[in-house]
Design a protein around this ligand. Structure first.
Ligand code: UT7
Length: 336
């Protein structure tokens, strides 16, 4: 599915951004102590050097609340007018109440509609598109969109295929009206269950389809997901640009899902963009699933990499298998 806003509609974009990563740093050396792996293998195959893990008592909702508090530090008025809360997560505190409702209750938005979006690592892009659409349809004025994960809780810490890849964290944005010429220009979303068996996490089914075996942890066929990711990250980003009437030469920054530096490199090559124009933080945070894009976006905004007027394309992929991309002309991370 692709969509671009009508040219006469008010521009909608990101008004504020925030993020939080738990304090507990887990370096590759931690895994080398008890798994058949090495720091060299992890760095050369994925680019990841360390990730963060939640401490006892920290959950996706508490990480999300911290991200919103960080956003408020930079933009104290940002939640004024927010009347919907959407949370992308595949490690929710519970199936219900939603993680979004728990976050809303803690940040002064009790009573606003709040719900979770579950599309694994593509979740944040889907959640952005839902918030955008609700505002566009007149159902909301401003939307708080959070991506938050405690992946350390759903990954088997004794499985070297997955444990080394994932980390915990949260990021969030407030969506609303921005000056004409800025904001979202297109969304590209998709899912294909044919690739579903390559990446999955058990849900509530009492009985699974015959022949399906699901343990309690996230399971992944890394090679298959890798091939899919390289193709879809580049293609969906390109499609988002085309929908917006732009070409690769117009891009200032690609903000990709932070799964593996080799995936980002290959996608950039496919897309015709130098790697130096991709925002990368996976060396420090690993793959934080639905939190990875807002965490990367926040870092790039705070460090001054991304500036007002920059042309961005956000792009992700994940379980489903699913994908999502959006073209966005960056306005400003504070409410002016
Ligand atoms: O956001 C969710 C989406 N997930 C992803 O994007 C993950 C996509 N896939 C990947 O990032 C990569 O496939 C991995 C990083 C998971 C693996 O890298 P790879 O280059 O594709 O390695 P591989 O799966 O082809 O495995 C190569 C070898 C295997 O051994 P054999 O069969 O060649 O003897 C693995 O068993 O490396 C072995 N291996 C490891 N060795 C040391 C797998 N994990 C490890 C490890 N340490 N942690």
């Amino acid at each position: 599915m692709t969509a671009a806003p009508p040219s006469t509609a008010p521009a909608l974009g990101i008004l504020a951004v925030g993020a939080y990563a738990p304090e507990q740093v887990v370096p590759n050396a931690h895994y080398a102590q008890y798994l058949d792996t090495t720091d060299d293998w992890i760095v050369s195959r994925s680019g990841i050097r360390e990730r963060r893990h939640a401490s006892a008592g920290q959950t996706s909702s508490t990480l999300g609340v911290e991200a919103v508090r960080d956003l408020l530090k930079h933009a104290p008025e940002a939640l004024d007018g927010v009347n919907v809360v959407i949370c992308a997560t595949s490690s929710p505190d519970a199936m219900f109440p939603s993680t979004a409702a728990l976050i809303a209750g803690e940040v002064g938005l009790r009573g606003a509609p709040a719900f979770d979006v579950s599309v694994a690592c593509s979740g944040f892009l889907y959640a952005l598109s839902v918030g955008y659409s609700m505002i566009r349809a007149g159902l909301a004025k401003r939307a708080l969109v959070v991506g938050t994960e405690v992946m350390s809780g759903v990954v088997d810490q004794n499985d070297r295929n997955t444990a080394i890849l994932f980390g915990d964290g949260a990021g969030c944005v407030v969506l609303g009206e921005v000056p004409q010429g800025y904001g979202f220009q297109s969304f590209v979303l998709g899912a294909d269950s044919a690739g579903g068996p390559h990446l999955y996490l058990r849900g509530a089914a009492l009985q699974l389809p015959e022949g399906t075996e699901m343990g309690p942890h996230l399971t992944q066929n890394g090679r298959e997901v890798f091939k899919f990711a390289v193709r879809k990250l580049g293609d969906s980003a390109e499609q988002a640009m085309q929908e917006a009437g732009l070409s690769t030469a117009d891009i200032d920054w690609l903000v990709p899902h932070q799964a593996n530096i080799r995936i980002i490199e290959a996608a950039c090559e496919r897309f015709g963009l130098p790697l130096s124009q991709a925002v990368v933080n996976l060396d420090r945070y690993g793959n934080t699933s639905a939190a990875s894009i807002p965490l990367a976006l926040n870092g790039a905004v705070r460090s001054g990499q991304i500036r007002k007027g920059d042309q961005l394309v956000l792009a992700g992929f994940g379980g489903g298998l699913s994908w999502g991309a959006a073209a966005l002309k960056w306005w400003s991370p504070t409410l002016e």
